[in-house]
Design a binder for this molecule. Structure first.
Ligand code: SAJ
Length: 422
């Protein structure tokens, strides 16, 4: 039985490992985090994704999947470690390079290495050179053309990963045509979508432009919403009406763009071609500026309350995660906004947080805000911020909260979408 080692057991690596293990491969999952490995050894998933935990438990029970700290000798390696950005927005590839070097030290010369982590254009070629140098030192390679390395970006949507990981079309960018074909053989065993073969640079760029496309379009929606508010037009209504044009499809405005992908990846394009990627850069800047506009609005409403002798203010914040129906708070604009409010006005008796996807508040706000499971236990709220449109925020709940609130900042258009009377 062919052995696959998946390195980096996060939102992409773990679902990929389980997909491959269900597809008949023996899978060894590797991570450096003791929390991740210890959770997995006990059969518990370290990430929350619908449909994952049951399949994980079964794969561990049947020993089709095992978790380890060490990179083993394997037929295939899949790299799914994070590629964050540095303070100056340049890509931090230290995790990818360290894993590639670790693989190089143990791999067989004909092992296949696949990189799924989002990377700047040209990274796979650098990785090929690193692997080649190590294999040459080990007297296992004379020619870098023999190395089987491919870049195969993931494109699954958090919240629907277990479905999309099977059905999405995939890009396979081999460093050589032979490497592409080898990677295709692996993915074709478990993926129902089409597999499209190309070179590594094109595959790297395709991943970056997919997320930049979305970021740019969300930035447009956010800018439209700021214009609409300025000229006293409902942003959601105007976008809904414009979208009735047969060739217009504007995305939804929000409190900003979060998550570990869209808020990060466009910077890799900007870093590579700073003078040219002007729209990409500006979209990032527009989206990054939105939380501040929400805070400015909050300050105005707070001032209005104080003017009317209301103090202390009861504030309800609905949603902390980066988007609806996930527990992930990475780069979350909702969390960023909440942290600013708590930093300035934190008070565990008066800042109420409604976030049904978490059991405890992040450390940054835990002492000066309260996680509530029953927002209706409070009689009235002076300011309510709707920052995430979780399904749990249904019409009955939102209607009751609206009745009890003096001011509402609805950054998701939930009131209009649910048909709540305001
Ligand atoms: N958002 C809006 N308005 C919208 C859509 C999204 O404000 O109309 C916000 C969300 O609230 C969230 C952020 O954008 O804060 C990102 O959410 P998302 O659902 O658009 O995307 P992600 O980050 O969960 O996943 C993206 C996906 N990429 C694309 O849709 C092009 C996914 O397919 C990728 O696999 C993933 O990035 C990734 O890993 O790169």
């Amino acid at each position: 039985m062919s052995e696959i080692c998946v390195i980096g057991l996060g939102y992409i690596g773990l679902p990929t490992a389980i997909l491959l293990s269900d597809g008949g491969f023996n899978v060894i999952g590797v991570d450096t985090s003791s929390y991740v490995i210890e959770s997995l050894i006990r059969g518990r998933s370290n990430i929350s994704e619908p449909g994952l935990s049951e399949r994980l438990l079964l794969a561990i029970h049947e020993r089709r999947f095992i978790a380890s700290y060490d990179i083993p000798i394997a037929d295939t390696y899949i790299v799914a470690v994070p590629t964050p950005f540095n303070q100056d927005k340049s890509a931090d590839l230290s995790a990818v390079f360290s894993v590639i070097e670790g693989i190089g030290r143990v791999m067989k010369p004909d092992s296949l290495v696949i990189i799924e982590s989002t990377c700047p254009i040209g990274t796979t070629e650098i990785c090929r050179d690193k692997i080649f140098n190590i294999l040459r030192e080990r007297n296992l390679a004379q020619d870098s053309e023999c190395i089987n390395l491919a870049y195969c970006p993931e494109r699954v949507l958090p919240g629907n990963i277990m479905e999309e990981i099977v059905t999405n079309d995939r890009i396979i960018g081999g460093i050589t045509p032979n490497a592409s074909e080898k990677a295709e053989q692996i993915y074709s065993r478990v993926i129902k979508g089409s597999l499209m073969l190309t070179n590594s640079r094109t595959a790297e760029m395709a991943k970056l432009i997919e997320n930049s496309f979305r970021d740019t379009n969300i930035a447009f929606a956010n800018e439209i919403s700021l214009i609409a508010e300025e000229v006293n037009v409902n942003p959601w209504e105007v976008i809904e009406l414009a979208n009735r044009h047969p060739r217009v499809n504007i995305l939804q405005p929000g409190p900003g763009v979060g998550g570990h992908c869209i808020a990060v990846d466009p910077w890799f394009l900007v870093e590579a071609t700073p003078g040219i990627s002007r729209i990409v850069k500006m979209a990032r800047e527009v989206n990054d500026s939105i939380p501040k506009t929400v805070l400015d609005r909050f300050e105005k409403l707070r001032y209005d309350c104080l003017e009317n002798g209301i103090y202390p203010l009861d504030v309800l914040i609905m949603g902390l995660t980066f988007k609806a129906n996930v527990a992930d708070m990475r780069e979350s604009p909702a969390l960023q906004i909440t942290e600013s409010i708590v930093r300035k006005y934190g008070d565990a008796d008066h800042i109420h947080i409604l976030e049904p996807n978490i059991d405890s508040l992040p450390v940054s706000i835990e002492d000066r805000a309260r996680l509530t499971t029953d927002p209706l236990s409070n009689k009235n709220y002076d300011i309510v911020l709707i920052l995430v449109d979780h399904t749990a925020f249904n019409i009955d709940l939102v209607q009751e909260i609206v009745f009890r609130s003096r001011h509402i900042i609805d950054k998701r258009g939930l009131i209009r979408r649910l048909g709540v009377k305001n």
